[in-house]
Design a protein around this ligand. Structure first.
Ligand code: DLZ
Length: 159
């Protein structure tokens, strides 16, 4: 089993849909970019690995995780986009700022998904430290970007 497969071992990969014609948008927050780049790399590699074409994967950056909902909306409303993956990393700080961002983006992404009737995947890490973030961005707990991409692929079998 490759390390990418191990990362995805929480999922059954039976009966995955054909994604060779599907278009994905990946929206990436620039805050904590050393983490979110790794999430992007994982998500992109997983989509390719399961059959997506590179030219059908659109990437857009937004400044921070709070902006992910708007970024997701920009793509979800496009007819040619089948699924949106939102990637960010909000590290717990000394203030409650992180809670407000996390709740806002979770709520915002849900709203976009239900409004546009498309999978919009919450690929936002909410760790207590940079170390915990690295563990989940290609470290000992796998790469949550891989999982976000697999979630998008699985959700496409419903629509
Ligand atoms: C302001 C802020 C803070 C304190 N922390 C983070 C973070 O850990 N991760 C993240 O993605 N963004 C953070 N931001 C920026 C907000 O998401 C947003 O970009 C600004 O509040 C402007 O709307």
């Amino acid at each position: 089993m490759s390390s990418a497969d191990k990362n995805l071992s929480v999922f059954s990969t039976d009966g995955l849909p054909d994604i060779s014609q599907a278009t994905f948008a990946i929206v990436v927050a620039e805050w904590n970019h050393e983490i979110t780049e790794k999430l992007f790399e994982g998500a992109h590699a997983t989509l390719i690995r399961y059959g997506a074409k590179p030219e059908n994967i659109i990437r857009a950056n937004v400044p921070g995780s709070y902006e992910l909902s708007f970024g997701a909306q920009v793509f979800a409303r496009k007819i040619e986009v089948d699924a949106v993956i939102a990637l960010g990393c909000v590290i717990q700080g000394e203030t409650k700022h992180n809670d407000y961002i996390n709740h806002a983006v979770a709520h915002g992404l849900t709203q976009v998904s239900l409004t546009y009737h498309k999978p919009v995947i919450f690929g936002v890490l909410t760790p207590n430290s940079q170390e915990q973030a690295l563990d989940r961005a290609g470290g000992k707990h796998g790469n949550k970007g891989d999982e976000a991409a697999m979630t998008a692929i699985k959700m496409l079998s419903l629509v």
